[in-house]
Design a protein around this ligand. Structure first.
Ligand code: SAH
Ligand code: SF4
Length: 352
């Protein structure tokens, strides 16, 4: 008979209740599981030996059956504007990135949810590279832990906001993203407020419904819309063939937003494609009655794509038309372009 090496369970893939159940299977009471879960997310904990108030026998049992693996930071690159890109090498050699963006009153981490992306949006570097694999909960949460440790070592202000806007389509890896969200927002876990967490999607409408049901609208939702009609969106984002704008906006309407919250509509402005006055007017009509704010972002150049950002005047005019229709319209500044850390530029490559 062939004996297979025993599969170790990574405790950092598990929600609190899953850690508790795991401990109960090992013959321990629930409170030990809760104690163990809290240890997993204390700063600097790397081994069971550090968990000094757990009985020694229990620790030995854990060391034999479970692991505490987190993704390893391979490199940190710094942009002229202070943005930093964290490159991770995962256990199987796959590379992913997160981007740490300091702002005046915030410190935001842009987290990856997949290695690569299968959605194929034509303007996006991650999409052009194709899909490698889904990230596990520990690989998603691990990016946050690494960023937290990096900031703590510098005595910099702590992380305030998390956005699932790095590599990958979060809603195509919804089960693992939901586990990660539960761990990130668990008071014994990383204790982030769900109000400071945003999930961005290219428009998997049924999964938006599921996210809404599962998180009861507590998580912020961002929609990568990028077009005022199906004809343009079909050309830019293949997902639109499956879930056209009407289905996408119906899912937005059904999302259980708390009062005073709004859905973020992301709109990349691409010269000559979706940046005309008529497009701004059509976008305003399309979104009428929805509780949204609009985030405009001039297209960031991507290797091998023949698109360009519009002029500053065109961007200003587009913004003005939406303002006149009564929308809140933010103009997102592109950060970290010099280190390929800006939106749509993440490729999982080390610096040259
Ligand atoms: N897959 C999800 C999450 C990634 S978020 C989504 O698409 O929403 C990454 C954001 O950067 C998305 O809004 C995406 O549309 C945008 N983006 C992609 N390529 C870009 C580019 N070249 N310039 C500017 N924004 C880009
Ligand atoms: Fe994937 Fe989002 Fe890039 Fe589209 S924009 S390819 S969904 S990461």
């Amino acid at each position: 008979m062939i004996s297979r090496p025993m599969q170790r369970h990574n405790l950092r893939d598990m929600r609190q209740e899953e850690v508790v159940a795991f401990c109960q299977r090992l013959g321990h009471p629930a409170y030990r599981g809760r104690q163990l879960f809290a240890w997993l997310y204390r700063p600097g904990v790397r081994s069971f030996a550090q968990m000094t108030d757990l009985p020694k026998k229990f620790r030995a049992q854990l060391a034999a059956t479970a692991s505490l693996d987190l993704p390893e930071v391979a490199e940190v690159q710094r942009s002229e504007d202070g943005t930093r890109k964290l490159l991770f090498r995962l256990a199987d050699g796959v590379r992913i990135e997160s981007v740490l963006i300091p702002e005046e009153e915030r410190q935001t981490l842009c987290v990856s949810t997949q290695a690569g992306c299968a959605m194929g949006c034509v303007f996006c570097m991650t999409g052009r590279l194709g899909f490698r694999r889904n990230l596990r909960p520990a690989e998603i949460v691990g990016q946050v832990i690494a960023a937290r440790n990096l900031l703590a070592a510098e005595t910099a202000p702590p992380l305030t906001n998390l956005v699932f806007m790095g590599m990958g389509e979060p809603l195509a890896n919804l089960a693992n993203c939901l586990a990660a969200i539960d761990i990130l927002t668990d008071q014994r876990g990383l204790d982030f407020s769900p109000r400071r967490l945003t999930v961005s999607t290219s428009g998997l409408a049924p999964k938006i419904h599921e996210l809404g049901r599962r998180c009861q609208g507590k998580i912020n939702l961002a929609i990568s819309l990028h077009a005022p009609n199906d004809a343009i969106r079909d050309q830019l984002m293949p997902v639109n063939h499956t879930y056209p704008i009407a289905a996408l906006l119906a899912a937005c309407r059904a999302y259980p937003l708390p009062r005073r919250k709004r859905i973020m509509i992301e709109y990349i402005l691409i010269k000559g494609i979706n940046d005309a006055d008529t497009h701004a007017q059509a976008l305003g009509r399309l979104l009428r009655g929805l509780r949204v704010k609009i985030n405009l972002l001039p297209y960031n150049p991507v290797e091998g794509v023949a698109f360009h950002p519009p002029s500053a005047e065109r961007v200003a005019r587009f913004q003005e038309i939406l303002w006149q229709q009564g929308y809140t319209v933010l103009l997102r500044q592109s950060r970290g372009q010099d280190i390929d850390a800006a939106c749509g530029q993440l490729a999982g490559r080390a610096s040259a």
